[in-house]
Design a protein around this ligand. Structure first.
Ligand code: 13P
Ligand code: SF4
Length: 305
């Protein structure tokens, strides 16, 4: 079936079923194109919580759909590809975190939403890439355990010198690969370009940035800034909307490594099948859900910068 026809069929079926189509900013272009809402992890969590639709089709990776299921337990949350995971989220387990906490009983655990529900349930508060620094500052304790992303953790630490930050040794296999030489080369090729980057990149890369932000933060920065050229330090799914919303601006990809395999798994056929079968559904055991929700709710209560 051709792409347009498939997209129309999905839209029609979503309307018939009363389903909300959500897509993360890294999803394939054709998926973002038909979504009711596209956004970063924080925006999608907020929407999942407030929508009055009973069915959420979450085009993204497992931890994101799980956050929706935690925040909106009365809704059916569908993840078109059950195998779309996040390698960074898999780098910490609830058991591992419990041991880490035992080593630092006086610390508050700040967990990046790129983590399982079971890990969130062991955490004091969650954060996303768009509110991580505000969340860390909102915590009363001086000592923080930052889980699981060491790069986001080191970024938080650099912005909160008043805190003692201890980072879990996890990382995003996509962002962590971006190299200083690649950014140097991109800057040399495009000296007038501004460099915007996701905090999952290594500290040496963040030091070279004009702006460090979440994926949605990049849309805002590119739209508001008068510059005409931007080097984009995040997964390449972000380019579709950046280019669509800023046709007069140029977006440069500094490296071929910026592709998340898991984010690219979901195809239109998977979305259609999931709406037809109402599967695969993401659920979280109630005991874990309630504890994980506390950590997410605390995060959502933190005022944004
Ligand atoms: P954002 O919350 O900035 O969209 O990031 C999610 C993610 O997985 C980045 O790799
Ligand atoms: Fe996980 Fe990295 Fe993919 Fe984001 S880009 S979903 S952190 S593997």
């Amino acid at each position: 079936m051709n792409q347009k026809r498939l997209q129309q069929q999905i839209r029609q079926l979503a309307a018939d079923q009363g389903a909300l189509l959500m897509a993360h900013n890294y999803e394939r272009d054709e998926i973002q194109e038909i979504a009711d809402i596209t956004g970063d992890s924080l925006a999608l969590s907020i929407e999942a919580k407030k929508t009055d639709k009973q069915i959420i089709v979450f085009c993204g990776v497992h931890f994101m759909a799980e956050s929706a299921a935690i925040l909106a337990p009365d809704k059916i949350v569908l993840l078109p590809r059950a195998d779309a995971g996040c390698p960074m989220a898999d780098m910490v387990t609830a058991e591992g975190l419990r041991k880490f906490k035992q080593q630092h009983p006086d610390a508050t655990v700040v967990t990046y939403v790129n983590s399982s529900a079971a890990v969130k349930a062991e955490s004091d508060i969650c954060c996303t890439s768009s509110n991580a620094v505000s969340v860390a500052r909102s915590v009363k304790a001086k000592k923080l355990l930052l889980v699981p992303d060491r790069n986001l953790g080191r970024y938080i630490a650099s912005q909160t010198p008043e805190k003692e930050c201890i980072c879990w040794e996890g990382y995003c296999p996509v962002h962590d690969q971006l190299k200083v030489e690649e950014i140097k080369q991109a800057k040399e090729d495009h000296p007038e370009a501004l460099f915007m980057v996701h905090p999952e990149c290594q500290p040496e890369i963040l030091e070279m940035a004009d702006h460090i932000c979440s994926t949605s933060g990049m849309y805002e920065f590119a739209a508001k800034n008068p510059a005409k050229k931007f080097i984009v330090g995040t997964e390449n799914g972000i380019l579709w909307r950046l280019r669509k919303e800023n046709p007069d601006k140029q977006f440069i990809v500094p490296s071929p490594v910026l592709v998340c395999r898991d984010m690219k798994l979901t195809r239109l056929e998977d979305v259609l099948l999931c709406l037809e079968t109402m599967k695969p559904q993401v659920t979280v055991p109630e005991e874990i859900r309630v504890k994980a929700k506390q950590a997410l709710d605390k995060m959502l209560a933190v005022p944004r910068d």
